[in-house]
Write a new protein. Sequence first.
Length: 623
Amino acid sequence: MSKHFRRSKLPLVWLLLGFILFQCNDIFAQEEQPEFRSWAATPPMGWNSWDCFGPSVVEEEVKANANYMAENLRDFGWEYVVVDIRWYVDNQTTGHYNAYKKSDFILDEYGRYQPSPRRFPSAANGKGFKSLADYMHDRGLKFGIHIMRGVPKEAVFNKLPIKGSDRTAADIYSTESECTWLQDNYTIVKGKPGAQEYYNSIFDLYASWGVDFVKVDDLSRPYHADEIEMIRKAIDQTGRKIVLSMSPGATPVDMHEHAANHANMWRTIDDFWDNWAQLSYSFEKCAEWAPYIRQGAWPDADMLPLGKFIRGERATNRYTKFTREEQYTLMTLWTMFKSPLMFGGNLPDNKPFTDSLITNREVLEVHAKSINNKEWFNKNELIAWTADDPESDDKFVAVFNSAGDGFVGTEKLLYRSGTISTLTDGFGKEIDIKLPENSRDLYLIVSDGGDNYNYDHANWINPTIYFQNGDSIRLTDMEWEKATAGWGEVSVNKSISGGELNVKGTVFSNGIGTHSQSIIQYALPEGATRFRTFAGLDIGGTSVKDGSTVEFMIAAEDPTPGQEQSAKIPVNLRELGFEGACEIRDLWNHKDLGKFSAEEFAPEVNYHGAGLYRISPVSASEE
């Protein structure tokens, strides 16, 4: 054998190995895409009963919304009709949860919740949701339900058997990690004999009913990886394509890979309602989650609180509080973020303007088909998002005038908590922030969470400034410059109502008690580098049925908002990669705006409003 032959053989071997590795990589890449992602190839769109009816929706109300969707919205991509929380409580009639001991639960012999026959007559005699699901399917729609993580306490107390196992519900539960805001269920412990079988049994039941979508609550904040994995296995073993939605938020961003490998959608924030403070906060969360958008696995910015609410938890017999401009902002941000769209109002009460928001084909096409969606810039409360058209060289640009929330401006904030309510673990958040160099002032802000100002009692617990040399000083040992509260007077080492500082039963000796809307200004000592505190709801508000919902904010500059006015937002087309002229189309108004050079497009956007545009390059021959 010649040396020449030996040398020529080596590249062939490497080529063969390279080919094999290429094939293997292709196989592995395919394996990395779970089949369930194809079940929600575009972000799901539908209606959910929660905003409008709380936990008390009844069958005829569900059917009325399904009929409206089938007749008016189905052809635009709206298809899911979802019955939200506590459909298994027979005596649930209001927008607020019945106390556990005052709830009449409906279960079968295997400890599985069944629909209330009083509220859902077609479910009588053990028929479950089969008839209602068939009703949806007959109209070209899909049917979904909400469940709570875990096993019913009623099944545990009565030691009901688990279908497909020789164990009972009493063998698979733990009282640890119990839901803090609804006490219907216990945690299911992964690995206990019967645990996986219980989850299998409930999803087998849902599959037999014809369920297409399941929203599982108390699952992703805190993040219950073990139960998420059991739920994924349970769905897969049914053989039915059931889309999985995880709730509530904020789902931890560092769990994005696990979430995408087990669910079709997961919440980025807590319950979202119709107030500007929450919407402006959503810009931050959407930008944070945008890098993790992928087909079939969608970060979920929560429902669309649009239209009319009948008897919701926070809204009764009224239309959305969002202005028209804010509604455009909501729909535009959710579109560019590719969030699932779940309408919250009572569809039969929709006004023409509301329907125009959810039946704009050009906008919905961006929602379904655009790629590479991300925040482009956020400067002085003027925000822009971009996305690409996968079928052309066109780009989509959304611009927003997000100036302030009516109480404070948001561009100068160092910290925002998002909504804090009794649904928040611990009724508050630990805050630890770095102070900008040479900061002169510190502003502690408590804003209303969006429902109303009633009983928004809030506490800054152990508020402490730290210095480079390790020293520290508590704000309670300093005099403030200014202090305002929406009710009462700001107090040191006592609550706004004059009692002890008490957050969820824990009493603190040091802190500041206040009430939204509140701004407390301190002059910072020289050399201050950090600020730490626990910001929580005082028991004076949380002990009241419709009490506290607030947001805590911190600033180092005066947060007073500017005037409410429109703003021109320059869109530098060259920064988007366009060198020559472009044609621009206004998607909300279905209007061609004409040709623009690379630096001259600057739409004027109303206060709290938005614009959405398609940018198309003009060929040299057309210029």
